[in-house]
Each structure stands twice: as structure tokens, then as C-alpha cells.
Ligand binder design. Structure first.
Ligand code: IPM
Ligand code: MG
Length: 366
């Protein structure tokens, strides 16, 4: 049966990097029997420009019909002054919430050839393989009440106050904990739950529920860490971690830090899954408007997002392995986009977005 993938290039470098990923998909269709139909939609600033909304009804409909979604990135300086509810980021949060993509998997794996590109010493990051499981549809990103209000209006003490609410229900913590434990079972069976139970009641409940769910996974060694310490440990001794599970905002922050351990945020893919394994796949980096349209962005995180899509939503692990091998071979050949290029490293060449994409295509054809 033909599977349907919705492609949402979005803004900034989104279009360029997604174009490279589509080349890869097309090779798999032509040469490896992948039966996939691609449809295209708008999201983020591109959708606002076209329809006045960052997640318009037409995209919603396509998203519901698709078996999986491939997304580039959203956001751009030109949208910074728009009302908050039509900003590009709202489109991304909208589709995550609409499809209940609560389980966000962000693997941070260091390819040994890129150890020089990491800001940490090679021996600290060599062999790094962490999976961050970030809760994606709850927490402070979505909690109510939220807003900016005026206090003491009309008095000499008048001032504005911004507020957001960090909330988690037991059912939300349970389902993300199950996701994380299941992933840990397939890996090194170590799970670290990251919170801030020393200060926040909601994270006290988080730790308690994760602990309870853990009883169903006796083989997994569960530990708890406060988020400030986790940030420190990630840059001090990152290899101590196997799987980390955390809330929406802590996961946003820690996954950027973890990405840099691997040399570049341009290398890390992600999967955002619902309870049935339907998912949206996107590089964890943003739309990088400063380098958009220059053909210098790194498309490898988007290409390996396709690999995650084949594995997690489309049941095609063999093809996912082929993509991963092709990406590895391109890195081994010494090809480097600007973000992973380190001057003076023997055997490496600085290449463009489309050159590295073409090289992945060639590697897949061999
Ligand atoms: C991410 C991004 C998004 C987030 C932004 C673009 C809304 O930083 O996917 O990590 O904060 O979740
Ligand atoms: Mg982020």
C-alpha cells in the first residue's frame, strides 16, 4: 500500500534542506522499491504569508491524512513583530498539539569522524550516543493561564507582568515515561529522569510518576537528576547518559546542548510521535534565516530525519539503515558543510548543501 508523507518545508533554510531530503526519498522510490506519495503543505511564516495563519486548515487536513510528516524549520526575523498567536512558532506548536505528538525523540550521536568539530575534547565525546526523550505537548509551553497582564492599573505602581504555567497531569507523565522506558529497553537499559523536584511541585509529581511507571520495567536502571546538574553533566561527562526523559522546556534546552556535543546542531534529527507511532520528523535546528538561500546549510539532520521516519512510522528499518550508511560514507569521504568544517583537518572538503545532498544520493546508489 502506498504510504503518504506530508512535506512541510517551512521557512528559512527549511526549503533547501528539505529539497535534499526529498532527493534521498526519490532515490529510495526509484531504486529501492519505496512506495511513498509525497504531498506538500505550508507551515510557519510561509503559511502565514500564503493563508494568514501559521498552521492553516488545509495543512491540518493534509497532516491528519498523512502517515508521516517531514518538516524543515519555521521562523524568520520578518515575523518577529506579528501577534504571538500567528507567529511561525505557533504553527509548529499547533501541529504538535493537534496531532498529539507528545513523545519527542532527539538522539545525540557523535560520528567519530566529527570529533574535531565538537567544542569538547575528543575523548569526552568519543562514542557518545544519548537519546533525549522530551515531552512535547504539555508543560509550560501549553499551560494555562498564560499571558501578559497589567498590575495595579491606574496607580503609580502600575507595571506589566508576564506569566506562564508549568503543569503536568499524571496521565501525561505516564505516557512519556512509558515511551522512554520502552526506548531504554532497546538500548543500554539506563534511564535518567530530569526535573527540578527540589523547587517545583510539578516536577516532584513527575519524579514520583516516573518512579511508579518504572516498576513495570524492572530491567531498566532509573535515576533522577535536577536539570541544572543535568546541564552540567552533559558538558562534563556526557557519556554517563543512555536515555534521558524530561519535560517540554527542559528538553528543549538540554537537546540543544546535547546537539553541540556532537559537533553541530546541523547533524541531529528528531521524531515526534503520537501514541500509535504516527510521527512528524524534523531536524532539531531552527530556520537559520541568517544563512537561508545561500546553499550552505547542513541538510544531514533532515536526511537522517527521513531515516527516523522510515524506522519509526513507516516500518522500513532496512531503508533507514541504508540512509544512515550513506550519510556515514559521505562523512567518511571527508565532505563537510560549513557548520562541521574544521580548517586544517586532513582529507576534508568544504561543500554546499546541494553537494552533500548529491553525495548522499550517490552513496545510496552504490
Ligand atoms: C525546537 C524548537 C521549537 C521549540 C521552537 C521553534 C518553537 O526550539 O523544536 O526545539 O521550542 O520546541
Ligand atoms: Mg529548541
Amino acid at each position: 500500500m502506498t504510504q503518504k508523507v506530508l512535506v512541510l518545508p517551512g521557512d528559512g533554510i527549511g526549503k533547501e534542506i528539505v529539497a535534499e531530503a526529498v532527493k534521498v526519498i526519490n532515490v529510495l522510490k526509484a531504486d529501492h522499491g519505496l512506495d511513498l506519495e509525497l504531498t506538500y503543505g505550508d507551515i510557519g511564516g510561509a503559511a502565514y504569508d500564503a493563508d494568514g495563519h501559521p498552521y492553516p486548515p488545509a495543512t491540518q487536513k493534509l497532516a491528519k491524512e498523512a502517515d508521516a510528516i517531514l518538516l524543515g524549520a519555521v521562523g524568520g526575523y520578518q515575523y518577529d513583530d506579528l501577534p504571538r498567536d500567528v507567529r511561525p512558532e505557533r504553527g509548529l506548536l499547533g501541529i504538535r498539539a493537534d496531532l498529539e505528538l507528545f513523545s519527542n525523540l532527539r538522539p545525540a550521536i557523535l560520528m567519530e569522524e566529527l570529533a574535531d568539530a565538537s567544542s569538547l575534547k575528543a575523548e569526552v565525546v568519543a562514542g557518545l550516543d544519548i537519546m533525549i526523550v522530551r515531552e512535547l505537548t504539555g508543560g509550560i509551553y501549553f499551560g494555562e493561564p498564560r499571558g501578559i497582564r497589567v498590575l495595579n492599573e491606574g496607580t503609580d505602581k502600575e507595571e506589566k507582568q508576564g506569566y506562564n504555567t508549568l503543569v503536568y497531569k499524571e496521565s501525561e507523565i505516564e505516557r512519556i515515561a512509558h515511551s522512554a522506558f520502552k526506548i531504554a529497553m532497546k538500548r543500554d537499559k539506563r534511564l535518567c529522569s530530569v526535573g527540578k523536584a527540589n523547587v517545583l511541585e510539578v516536577m516532584e509529581l513527575w519524579a514520583e510518576v516516573v518512579e511508579r511507571v518504572g516498576k513495570e520495567y524492572p530491567e531498566v536502571e532509573l535515576s533522577h537528576m535536577y536539570v541544572d546538574n543535568a546541564a552540567m553533566q552533559l558538558v562534563k561527562e556526557p557519556k554517563q547518559f543512555d536515555v534521558m526523559v524530561t519535560g517540554n522546556m527542559f528538553g528543549d534546552i538540554l537537546s540543544d546542548a546535547a546537539a553541540m556535543l556532537t559537533g553541530s546542531i546541523g547533524m541531529l534529527p528528531s521524531a515526534s510521535l503520537d501514541k500509535n507511532g504516527k510521527g512528524m520528523y524534523e531536524p532539531i535546528h531552527g530556520s537559520a534565516p541568517d544563512i537561508a538561500g545561500k546553499n550552505i546549510a547542513n541538510p544531514l539532520a533532515t536526511i537522517t530525519s527521513v531515516s527516523m521516519m522510515l524506522k519509526y512510522s513507516l516500518g522500513k528499518s532496512e531503508l533507514a539503515d541504508k540512509i544512515d550508511a550513506a550519510v556515514k560514507s559521505v562523512i567518511q569521504q571527508g565532505m563537510r558543510t560549513a557548520d562541521i568544517y574544521v580548517e586544517g583537518v586532513a582529507g576534508t572538503t568544504l561543500v554546499s548543501t546541494s553537494e552533500i545532498g548529491d553525495a548522499v544520493v550517490v552513496a545510496l546508489q552504490n
